[in-house]
Design a protein around this ligand. Structure first.
Ligand code: HEC
Ligand code: HEC
Length: 191
């Protein structure tokens, strides 16, 4: 796995900084988040196991995913419908709202045992190390497993994650999913 990841790293770090800062309105985003709360909570702590925690996630990442669901480059039966009618401004506002909440790692799994191939971008505690990467800390193993298999099969496509996932067996996926899922987080709503 290592070789693929190192070449992916090289490519991405060269392209670093491609994601612009978002300029959303948090207050407007909080109102819009009323549509999201049954699944993601108003704070961004997921209420259903198949949905990810999004509170405190990088704004650029949230914006990019909502745009992908809206434009059909990432598909999901629930999120594609939710995102279908969002304007660019609403997406910026939602990204500002959720990213502005504060995620704290309460109990990290042993950082020394963190999956070596992932820590450069997803951290030894599962918090994103770069604005275009998501937090993995405390996501359910079902969610992480599903996403890695989606990258592997091509259902979800990303220049970095696709080759990484294609090099993983079901057992590799299960192990990293369990490791990140074991991290305990809390999310504080910042008004
Ligand atoms: C009916 C439940 C539901 C609602 C309502 C909902 N979501 Fe989701 N959301 C999901 C699920 C399930 C996923 C995981 C999709 C997948 O597996 O690809 C998801 C994924 C996401 C992601 C991707 C996060 C990541 O880590 O990749 C973002 C961002 C997101 N939702 C934002 C929102 C916002 C903002 C709203 C409100 C405008 C919203 N969602 C409403 C269920 C929901
Ligand atoms: C070079 C940086 C990098 C490395 C190394 C890396 N990732 Fe990622 N990862 C990303 C980026 C960037 C995304 C966002 C992809 C997108 O926009 O769809 C991502 C997305 C993900 C997602 C989707 C999460 C979500 O919320 O939807 C999972 C799961 C994931 N990575 C797991 C891993 C695992 C496990 C490893 C190690 C085997 C790993 N990644 C290594 C950069 C990286």
């Amino acid at each position: 796995m290592r070789q693929v990841i190192l070449s992916a790293l090289g490519g991405v770090f060269l392209a670093g900084g491609a994601f612009a800062e978002t300029a959303g309105d948090r207050a407007a985003g909080k109102v819009l988040a009323g549509q999201c709360r049954t699944c993601h909570g108003l704070d961004g702590m997921a209420r259903i196991p198949i949905a990810p925690h999004i509170g405190g996630e990088p704004a650029d990442y949230i914006r990019h995913q909502l745009t992908a669901f809206r434009d059909g480059t990432r598909e999901h039966e629930m999120m594609s419908i939710v995102a279908r009618n969002l304007s660019d401004q609403q997406i910026l506002d939602l990204a500002a709202w959720y990213s502005g909440n504060k995620v704290t790692v309460d109990l990290a799994a042993d950082p020394a045992a963190a999956p070596e191939a992932c820590v450069a971008c997803h951290g030894t505690d599962g918090l994103a190390q770069r604005p275009d990467a998501p937090n993995l800390a405390g996501e359910t193993n079902i969610y992480i497993d599903t996403q890695l298999k989606a990258f592997r099969s091509g259902r979800r496509v990303h220049e970095v994650m696709t080759p990484i996932a294609q090099d993983m067996t079901d057992e590799d996926i299960r192990a990293v999913a369990d490791w990140y899922a074991a991290v305990k987080i809390s999310i504080e709503q910042v008004d």
